[in-house]
Design a protein around this ligand. Structure first.
Ligand SMILES: Nc1ncnc2c1ncn2[C@@H]1O[C@H](COP(=O)(O)OP(=O)(O)OP(=O)(O)O)[C@@H](O)[C@H]1O
Ligand SMILES: O=P(O)(O)OC[C@H]1O[C@H](OP(=O)(O)OP(=O)(O)O)[C@H](O)[C@@H]1O
Length: 216
C-alpha cells in the first residue's frame, strides 16, 4: 500500500510543452484538466492514486519543497532562485529553454565593475544578488513580477535581470543583453523525503528519464 501522490504542474508557458512529456512519462490527467474554462485547481488522473494541481510556476517549487505536492515540473530558474534543500531535481526535461540574463538600455555604458552598489529590477533577487556579489558588487534588487523590461525606461533601475529566449522583448523595449547569468530549462522535481518513502516516486522519475532520453 503506497500513499497517494500529488503532481504539481505550472499554469504558464511550460504547460503546453509539458503535456506530451507528461503522457510519455505515464501521467494521464483526467479530461477536465484540458478544459480551458475550468476554474478548478485540483484534477484527477487516469493513474491510480495520482492527482494533479495546476499552480503558478514559482509556487510549484514551494508546494513540492514543503511536501504539499510530492512531484512537479518547474523551470531551473525557479529552483535556483529558491534553492530549497528539500527539492531534488533529477531530470532535465529539455523544454522551457531560455536563459537568465543581465540587460540594459542599448546605449547605456557597460556596468562599472569598480562600483560597490547597483540597483537591479528583477523577479530573481537571490540569483541576482549572488551573481553581483561574486563580482564584488552589492545588488539592491527591486522585485517585479513581470514587465521588467520597462524598469530602465522609467528609471526604476538602470538594468534588469530577466529571462530571455528569442530576445524580442528586449529589442522591442530598447534593451540589449549584456551578460548571460545561467541557462534555463524545465526540470522534474521531487520532494526528497517523499522520494525515499514512496517507491512510486523513483519509478515515476525513471519513467520521465526514459521519456526524455535521446535514442542512442
Ligand atoms: N521566454 C521564455 N522562453 C522559454 N521559457 C520561458 C520563457 N519565459 C519563461 N520561461 C520558463 O517558463 C516558466 C514560467 O514562465 P511563465 O512566464 O509562464 O510564468 P510567469 O508569468 O513568470 O509566472 P506567473 O505564473 O507568476 O505569472 C519560467 O519559470 C521559465 O522557466
Ligand atoms: O526573449 P523573448 O522570447 O522575448 O522572451 C522573454 C520574455 O518571456 C518572459 O516573459 P513572459 O512572456 O513569460 O511574460 P511575463 O513578463 O508575464 O512573465 C520573460 O519574462 C521575458 O519578458
Amino acid at each position: 500500500m503506497t500513499d497517494s501522490l500529488i503532481f504539481a504542474i505550472p499554469k504558464g508557458r511550460i504547460l503546453d510543452e509539458a503535456l506530451p512529456i507528461l503522457r510519455a512519462g505515464g501521467v494521464h490527467p483526467a479530461a477536465d484538466f484540458f478544459d480551458a474554462k475550468s476554474r478548478a485547481l485540483t484534477f484527477a488522473s487516469e493513474n491510480p492514486d495520482l492527482s494533479i494541481i495546476r499552480v503558478r510556476a514559482f509556487d510549484v517549487a514551494t508546494f513540492v519543497a514543503h511536501g504539499a505536492a510530492q512531484i512537479g515540473i518547474v523551470g531551473s530558474d525557479v529552483i535556483d532562485e529558491f534553492n530549497f534543500s528539500e527539492l531534488y531535481a533529477p531530470v532535465d526535461l529539455g523544454i522551457g529553454k531560455c536563459r537568465l540574463s543581465l540587460a540594459m538600455p542599448k546605449d547605456a555604458p557597460p556596468i562599472d565593475l569598480s562600483a560597490s552598489h547597483i540597483r537591479v529590477a528583477t523577479k530573481y533577487p537571490t540569483i541576482t544578488r549572488q551573481w553581483f556579489a561574486s563580482r564584488g558588487i552589492q545588488a539592491e534588487c527591486i522585485k517585479l513580477n513581470g514587465a521588467m523590461e520597462i524598469a530602465p525606461l522609467l528609471n526604476l533601475a538602470p538594468c534588469i535581470v530577466d529571462l530571455v529566449s528569442t530576445g524580442r522583448t528586449l529589442v522591442e523595449n530598447g534593451l540589449e543583453e549584456r551578460e548571460v547569468i545561467c541557462d534555463v530549462s524545465a526540470r522534474l522535481i521531487v520532494n526528497r523525503a517523499a522520494f525515499k518513502l514512496n517507491p512510486a516516486i523513483p519509478a515515476m522519475v525513471e519513467a520521465f528519464r526514459e521519456a526524455v532520453a535521446v535514442p542512442a
